[in-house]
Design a protein around this ligand. Structure first.
Ligand SMILES: CC(C)(COP(=O)(O)OP(=O)(O)OC[C@H]1O[C@@H](n2cnc3c(N)ncnc32)[C@H](O)[C@@H]1OP(=O)(O)O)[C@@H](O)C(=O)NCCC(=O)NCCS
Length: 189
């Protein structure tokens, strides 16, 4: 069992999407497609951005973080239109346990067309077969059934219910369902 291969946010491709690093010029699409949208924020720990200036500040931080080889945060670009239609991020990296947590967003105008599932399958494959992670977790608010469905369709298995407290987001408390993707395909603990 080797070490994690921390190569930073590398380009990945799916049938309809290119997963790549964010650029400052993406700011309008990021703001319009999810960070200004109440429905996108509804079951999540982040609040909608009050202006595009707020988004600009976050985006600059994300781009600066690409200098760290463990930082994984993809812009999801629609290959047909070249528009940034979503994001995938990896957090809670545990190097010794070789585990991490994944989160994703797709623009509301494109919901229910299988895009989140398509992208999640590719990133789970990258994390476990190329980057060396053994377990990838994901959590969704219990009311966010669409997200649970995406996790199931991407081959993740339900582990347990979990109450999450987000200390950096006004101590928001969320009742979540936790899923796991296992490199070896065995069932959760
Ligand atoms: C969750 C989210 C990423 C799904 O993206 P998407 O591209 O629409 O996902 P997919 O099309 O791949 O799959 C959606 C599935 O959920 C199902 N679904 C949609 N709304 C649902 C609902 N209210 N209840 C149950 N299932 C629902 C769809 O029918 C589809 O399943 P199916 O293929 O079996 O029919 C998207 O809604 C989103 O970005 N939400 C805001 C951010 C967010 O909540 N991210 C997840 C954080 S845990």
């Amino acid at each position: 069992m080797g070490k994690l291969r921390l190569n930073g946010t590398v380009e990945l491709e799916t049938e309809r999407c290119l997963l790549r690093r964010f650029k400052m010029s993406d700011v309008h699409e990021i703001y319009a497609n999810w960070l200004s949208d109440e429905d996108s924020a509804k079951y999540n720990a982040w609040k909608v951005h009050s202006s595009i200036e707020v988004t600009k500040g976050y985006l600059a931080e994300w781009i600066d973080s690409y200098k760290n080889n463990y930082y994984l945060h993809w812009a999801v670009e629609d290959k047909a239109t070249k528009e940034v239609i979503g994001s995938v991020s990896v957090s809670n990296i545990k190097k010794r346990k070789k585990s991490c947590e994944i989160g994703y967003t797709i623009a509301k105008k494109l919901w229910n067309q299988g895009r989140a599932t398509e992208v999640l399958i590719r990133v789970l494959d990258y994390l476990t077969r190329e980057a060396g992670y053994e377990k990838v977790y994901a959590l969704h608010d219990i009311r966010n059934e669409a997200s649970g469905r995406v996790m199931e369709k991407a081959g993740m298995k339900f582990v347990k219910n979990k109450t999450q407290i987000f200390l950096y987001s006004n101590n928001i408390i969320m009742k979540c369902r936790m899923y796991e993707f296992n490199r070896y395909g065995d069932t959760p603990l």
